[in-house]
Design a protein around this ligand. Sequence first.
Ligand code: CMP
Length: 136
Amino acid sequence: MSNIEQTLSIIKPDAVERNLESEIKEMFKSNGFQILKEKKIQIEKAEAEKFYKVHETKPFYNDLCEYLSSGPIVVMILQKENAVKGNRELMGATNPKDAEEGTIRKKYGISIDKNSVHGSDSVDNAKIEIDFFFKD
Ligand code: CMP
């Protein structure tokens, strides 16, 4: 049975700054993802704090929110069969040092903070994160 899902992807400031937007989108497309919607935006720190609220008790929360709001980002709705899991596999481990060959973070990530992309970690969070950026 088919299980078409949507997930939220963000190309983070480190990757936009290095002009990697097209290459990263190509990786999504060549791995069977459709980009249903996309926009390039810069968000305020307060918005980043809302987006990453699940991490608010973590020691890295403040830096993470500073960072996500530090420059332009590209937010996208990706669609594919089992998109949430597929996107996490294509991104690779959170820390690029631990990411496998062929993953986006292995190829482009600089550090655990500047890891080039974000992707929803569950189907429920994908809905919340898509609404966060694309609710009209
Ligand atoms: P992301 O998938 O966007 O979700 C939260 C982000 O926090 C994560 O990618 C990392 O870039 C960042 N981060 C910084 N330090 C850590 C850490 N120790 N563990 C997990 N995520 C971290």
